[in-house]
Design a protein around this ligand. Sequence first.
Ligand SMILES: [Zn+2]
Length: 384
Amino acid sequence: MRNLIVLFAASLFALGASASEPVHSTKPAPDASTKADAAAKLAADLARPAKAVEKPAVEKDEKKGEKAVKPHAPLIEKPVIDKSLVEKPPKASAATADKVAAAVSASEDEDQVDLSVKIAERLAEMRAKQAARVAAAAKARKAAEARRKKEAAIAAAPKISNVWAYEGEFGPENWGKINPAWAQCGSGKRQSPIDIRDGMKVNLDEIDFDYRPAAFSEIDNGHTVQVNVAAGSFIQVGVERFELVQFHFHRPSEEKINGKGTEMVIHLVHRGARGKLAIVAVLLERGKANEAIQTVWNNIPLEKGQLGTPGIDLDPLELLPNRREYYTYMGSMTEPPCTENVLWMVMKQPMTASPAQMALFSRLYPLNARPLQESDGRMVKESN
Ligand SMILES: [Zn+2]
């Protein structure tokens, strides 16, 4: 029985130690020896009650009897009975003693069996709880680790947005950082617009404008007013042929010529073989009203982002100056994603729009021009 109790105490100690020990802790030896002491003490404590059960029963009764005898005479008889009971065992015969011993031993065996079952049950219960605690702690650690990894991934991921503007947080200085697909806006070496100067005067290929009146759709896209032109209008430059896709407006003009810009500019965007872009820029100064521009203004949809299809034709030839000399250089789109390898052709002769036409656009877009970009020694050619 004593062995069982000691075993139980040792098991308790083992469980207690493993339960209270943190996973990665390196506990100093003193604590461990304290635990060993505690285990020994616990074993002693557990062994003690077996004796204590017998002793106090007798002592208590004796004391009770003595105490009772003195103050109250009527209670004298009770202690006498108790005393005789206590004294009985020594007077009993040897046979009776053997019987008692056998009975005690039998009951002790039963107690031992009961106790060992209880210990086994308790140990199983504690082990189950311990296993549950370990499993719960492991689960919590796993969850915390997963949470930490997710947060780190979110923090490390570039913040992707399609929002850009001409001023402030989403302005031209930050276009390259807003979206990885727009990196060229920040790091490109052949960006537009540029200050066009020191052009090499050569016999440039004429731009052969093969434009025709066609249906169009129109949108205020939040950055400009854009007119999408029906298929069928082309330009031919040397051997290259490009189809007019759309035109739109900037205020003030993005491009400058020898440091000088104009109040507005029209960009006519063409697409050639393998998606190569060719953009014709027509500078706008105050003067006579322009009919094609008036048609565009008349049909601006009431809501931003809404595509209007007026159901009339528009002749893009009305946007072009009479003289066809131009400057040319290789650059980029002037808005995100700032794609390079764009053939720019800037007409030397500006067109005019009336002050009222200028004023109308300025109410929608007082500023929608990208600042000048580094020319970086790029070649500029101009018509003789
Ligand atoms: Zn443009």
